[in-house]
Design a protein around this ligand. Structure first.
Ligand SMILES: Cc1cc2nc3c(=O)[nH]c(=O)nc-3n(C[C@H](O)[C@H](O)[C@H](O)COP(=O)(O)OP(=O)(O)OC[C@H]3O[C@@H](n4cnc5c(N)ncnc54)[C@H](O)[C@@H]3O)c2cc1C
Length: 416
């Protein structure tokens, strides 16, 4: 069914009876050409691009819970491509470009809002590193603009701009094409489009092990709903990637941490850009419903508990109020966490694993929502062709053997 204004009218006139389910709920078949573990954005996008770009339609996505119930439905929805190194710039800007046409392509409104993202400079040193960063982006063909103190104040009038402030704002750095997108819609849009191309989406089905052929290659998975055979398998399980790697018999340089976020009660429009303060760790945007969406740093100990520690909740709030004191009157509505897969060079891993026929897409850590389109595109390429996509070439697992790391967080001085 094509979603359109006309379909909306028809739906209203039929009392809602003309709407069908957005995707099927099939029983798993005993065998598929390709299996993807993880029904988050990356797994669903992989399934969609396998079918659309490569014509591989005998595909199933296996999700142990519900679609988007992992980090894809728990993140703060920021999309951007303000990266320093050419390899990351290429990867993330390709993703942002796919986002820019995704609503039309999927026939599903992902509510992309390119409201711009400002990084705040709190010191002369921040200003210097931001001008280097903006220059690097421009050389990579990505929009970037340095802002004076007054230009920052104009774009975010509620920011604390006093020179006496604990974190004074000296200027900033803007990526205009950055912004937010609706996280659930990204998962649902890819799911619906993949399903319409023949992909089976199987929820409430946990992968508990791998079956292997005599030559050691994976030949299928064991699940809570029985064994399923496959020629090739892709893992897109974010915070649980190292658990699945262990089941397959190899180790990943990934540590899983809880990353938390929270929203305030909804208020009238007060902030129409995304503000990120590397100095305090706080970042804030206002959702379309009016809630202030707040986030900051990771819990500093490995964990699989999707709660987040109280100490970090407190520090996120303190950091937010240091830059937006006016928000102290807001009441907090919800707080939650997701388990992110952090790699020590803060870059993703996309491609082959040491186990033949098993591929992986992980390590996006705190910033993989923006990477969903390109993560799916490049993992689909690896699964369909057996070779890594040129954009994913620098992000192979083998880089931890060769030592050629692309450390964005260390270079930019902030966590990605
Ligand atoms: C609080 C928070 C804020 C964030 N903010 C941003 C942001 O603003 N911008 C940004 O770009 N990124 C952000 N991120 C990061 C981003 O959300 C993730 O990098 C991204 O969603 C990862 O997508 P995914 O599809 O790989 O993982 P997920 O969405 O986590 O999907 C993985 C799926 O695998 C399933 N799974 C796990 N084990 C198994 C198994 N054994 N069998 C079957 N299924 C299994 C899980 O149930 C899960 O649904 C944030 C993350 C958090 C937690």
């Amino acid at each position: 069914m094509k979603y359109s204004a006309l379909a909306l009218v028809r739906g209203a006139l039929s009392g809602g009876r003309s709407w069908g389910p957005a995707w099927r709920n099939p029983e798993p078949k005993p065998r598929y050409q390709v299996l993807i573990i993880g029904g988050g954005g990356h797994g669903l996008a992989t399934a969609y691009y396998l079918a659309r770009n490569h014509g591989v339609r005998d595909v199933a996505v296996i999700e142990r819970g519900w679609l988007g119930g992992g980090n894809t439905g728990r993140n703060t929805t920021i999309v951007r491509s303000n990266y320093l190194f050419p390899e990351s710039a290429r990867l993330y800007d390709f993703s942002l470009k796919l986002y820019e046409s995704l609503s039309r392509e999927l026939n599903f409104n992902i509510m992309l809002s390119q409201r711009g993202l400002i990084l705040l400079a709190h010191s002369r040193h921040d200003l210097e590193s931001m001008s280097r960063w903006a220059n690097a982006m421009q050389m990579n063909g990505i929009d970037a603009q340095l802002l004076t103190r007054d230009q920052v104040a104009e774009r975010a009038p509620l920011l604390e701009m006093s020179p006496e402030a604990r974190f004074p704002v000296l200027g900033g750095f803007l990526q205009r094409r950055a912004g937010t997108a609706r996280h659930d819609a990204v998962a649902w849009g890819y799911a619906r489009a993949a399903d319409s191309l023949g992909v089976d989406i199987i929820q409430n089905c946990e992968v508990t092990g791998f079956s292997r052929a005599a030559d050691g290659a994976v030949s299928g998975v064991l699940t809570s709903r029985g064994a399923i055979a496959a020629e090739r398998i892709g893992i897109a399980a974010a915070g649980h990637s190292s658990v699945l790697a262990k089941l397959a018999g190899f180790a990943l340089p990934v540590t899983s941490y809880a990353l938390q976020a929270m929203v305030s009660e909804p208020v009238k429009p007060a902030l129409d850009t995304v503000v990120l303060s590397p100095g305090t760790g706080a970042y804030v945007s206002q959702s379309d419903k009016g809630e202030m969406v707040l986030g900051a740093s990771l819990d500093l100990f490995p964990s699989y508990a999707q709660r987040g520690s109280f100490a970090i909740t407190q520090s996120i709030l303190a950091a937010t109020l240091a830059i937006f004191p006016a928000f102290s009157r807001l009441r907090l509505l919800r707080q939650w966490a997701g388990i992110v897969d952090v790699v020590h060079d803060s870059s993703p891993i996309i491609g082959a694993t040491p186990v033949p026929n098993l591929y992986i897409n992980c390590g996006w850590g705190t910033g993989g929502f923006k990477g969903i389109p390109v993560g799916g595109w490049t993992l689909a390429h690896a699964l369909a062709t057996g070779r890594s996509h040129e954009l994913a070439e620098p992000f192979q697992l083998s880089r931890f053997m060769s030592g050629r790391l692309i450390d964005e967080a260390a270079a930019a001085g902030i966590a990605h």
